[in-house]
Design a binder for this molecule. Structure first.
Ligand SMILES: [Zn+2]
Length: 91
């Protein structure tokens, strides 16, 4: 028996990983792009490893912007980096 694990691609390193190992980044209809720590927020989503490095890579490669077809201000990345480091604490 093969267990089916939903896989998603990290927008930072580009690796395919199990969805639950990734953090969802959501672009709501209104408001700023943010980390979706519950995985349930409405809006278009992209996936990212729980790693500041991958977030930096996504920023450099503009993959998040391409995936959402909009500009992502540097402050948004800073907020996400902060949230990412907080979320890391309880692992
Ligand atoms: Zn990654």
């Amino acid at each position: 028996m093969v267990k089916k694990i939903p896989m998603r691609q990290c927008i930072g390193c580009g690796e395919m990983k199990p969805k639950r190992d990734l953090i969802r980044v959501v672009k709501p209809k209104e408001g700023e792009i943010a980390l979706d720590l519950t995985g349930k927020a409405a809006g278009r989503g992209a996936y990212l490893c729980r790693s500041a490095e991958c977030l930096r890579m996504a920023q450099k490669s503009h993959r998040l912007e391409r995936s959402f077809s909009c500009k992502v201000p540097a402050e948004v990345y800073e907020v996400m980096l902060h949230e990412l480091s907080e979320a890391d604490g309880d692992s």
